[in-house]
Design a protein around this ligand. Structure first.
Ligand code: 2RA
Length: 352
C-alpha cells in the first residue's frame, strides 16, 4: 500500500530533511505534495528525481492526503491542522502548538510508541532537545526509576532555523576579518560566543525551551512525578545539539549496568574511548540518525546519580527523522485512522 503525503513547511531545513528521509527510507509514497506559506511557494524541489513545485497552502491542499508532516511553525500548524484532519489526514506536527494538548499524543517511537495509537488526527513531535534526551534516558528509567533529571543543553544554530545557520557563518567571517559581527536572525552574535536560549522567560526565570524539557519529558514518560530542571544555551555549532545530563535514580544504577542497557537501546550509539579522550561531538552526530552517548560516569557527589553526555542531529532525529518514524509506526500498526474509542493516556509500567 502507498500513501499520499504532504509536507507543510517544505522549504525549511526540516522540510528538506523530511524529503531526504522519505526517499532514503523508501517510505511508501504514492504522491507527494509540497506546501509552504505563500512567501515560500513557487519554488521547486527534487524528490526521487522528480521536480515538485511548492504550493501555497490553501483550503484544498489536504483533500485526498493521508499523512501531513508539518514543520512550518506553530501558527501555520494551528491554522491548518484541524482542516487537514477534517479532510481525513493524520497530521504529525513538529511545532509546539499541540504538544501539551491532552488528546494529542507526544511521541518518540523508541520510547512511547503505544501513545500514537490513541491519536485523534494529530500527533505531536516533541522538541528536539526532549527527543534526544528521552532516547537516552528512557531505557535506563525502564530498569531503575529516574526520579530527577538535571540537564544543560548546548543547542546548535539550526534550532533557530536555516537562516540562523547562515548568519553564524557570516558572523564568524566578520570576526576573522576584524569586523564587528551583526545579528539580525539571531538575537546576538553567536560566532565565538554563546548565550542562554532567548525564548520568553516565566516568572520563575525559566525560558520556554527549558520548560518544554520539563513538561514534555513528563508527558512522554507518562510520569508527572519525575523532577526535571534544565538550562538551555545556544552555542556556535551548526546543526547538532549536545546535552550534559545528570540522572538521579531511586535506587543506584552502576555505570556498568547503564552501559549494558544503552548498548542495546534503540536509537543510541555509545561513543566512548577513554584512552583517546574521544566522546560524542556535534560534528560526528551531524547528518546521522543515532543519539551519540558517552562519558557515562558515577556522579562523585551523589551515590544515586549518574552523569552522561550526548550529541544528536537537531534537524534529523531532533525533528524530521522522529516524525518519519512516527509515520512508519502508524503504517506498520495500521493506526492511521483515529480510533473511535477516544483518547486514553497510555499506561507505562515502570519496572522498579
Ligand atoms: C531551538 N528547539 O533549538 C528549539 C526550536 N527548534 O531553538
Amino acid at each position: 500500500k502507498t500513501y499520499r503525503v504532504a509536507i507543510l513547511g517544505a522549504t525549511g531545513a526540516v522540510g528538506a530533511e523530511l524529503l531526504d528521509l522519505l526517499a532514503s527510507r523508501n517510505f511508501p509514497v504514492a504522491d507527494l505534495k509540497l506546501l509552504a506559506s505563500s512567501r515560500s511557494a513557487g519554488r521547486s524541489l527534487q524528490f526521487q528525481g522528480e521536480k515538485i513545485e511548492v504550493e501555497s497552502v490553501n483550503d484544498r491542499s489536504f483533500s485526498n492526503i493521508d499523512i501531513v508532516l508539518a514543520s512550518a511553525g506553530g501558527s501555520i500548524s494551528k491554522a491548518w491542522a484541524a482542516k487537514a484532519v477534517a479532510d481525513g489526514a493524520v497530521v504529525i506536527d513538529n511545532s509546539s502548538a499541540f504538544r501539551m494538548e491532552p488528546h494529542v499524543p507526544l511521541v518518540v517511537p523508541e520510547v512511547n510508541p503505544q501513545a500514537a495509537a490513541s491519536h485523534q488526527g494529530i500527533i505531536a513531535n516533541p522538541n528536539c532537545t526532549t527527543i534526544l534526551m528521552s532516547v537516552a534516558v528512557w531505557p535506563l528509567h525502564q530498569v531503575k526509576r529516574v526520579q530527577r533529571i538535571v540537564v544543560a543543553t548546548y543547542q546548535s544554530a539550526s534550532g533557530a532555523g536555516a537562516r540562523a545557520m547562515e548568519e553564524v557563518k557570516i558572523q564568524a567571517q566578520a570576526i576573522l576579518n576584524g569586523e564587528t559581527p551583526t545579528a539580525e536572525i539571531l538575537p546576538y552574535p553567536l560566532a565565538f560566543n554563546l548565550f542562554p536560549h532567548n525564548s520568553p522567560l516565566n516568572e520563575l526565570g525559566y525560558c520556554e525551551e527549558e520548560m518544554k524539557m520539563v513538561n514534555e519529558t513528563r508527558k512522554i514518560f507518562n510520569d508527572q512525578s519525575i523532577r526535571v530542571t534544565a538550562t538551555c544555551v545556544r552555542v556556535p555549532v551548526l546543526r547538532a545539539h549536545s546535552e550534559a545530563i545528570n540522572l538521579e535514580f531511586e535506587t543506584p544504577m552502576s555505570v556498568q549496568e547503564a552501559k549494558e542497557i544503552l548498548n542495546k537501546a534503540p536509537g543510541v550509539q555509545i561513543v566512548e574511548d577513554w584512552k583517546a579522550n574521544h566522546f560524542p561531538m556535534p560534528i560526528e552526530a551531524t547528518g546521522r540518525d543515532p543519539v551519540l552517548v558517552g562519558r557515562i560516569r558515577q556522579d562523585i557527589s551523589h551515590s544515586h546519580s549518574l552523569e552522561l553526555w550526548l550529541c544528536g542531529d537537531q534537524i534529523r532525529k531532533g525533528a524530521a527523522l522522529n516524525a518519519v518514524q512516527i509515520a512508519e509506526l502508524l503504517i506498520e500498526k495500521d493506526w492511521l485512522q483515529p480510533p473511535t474509542s477516544g483518547y486514553q493516556q497510555p499506561v507505562t509500567i515502570v519496572k522498579s
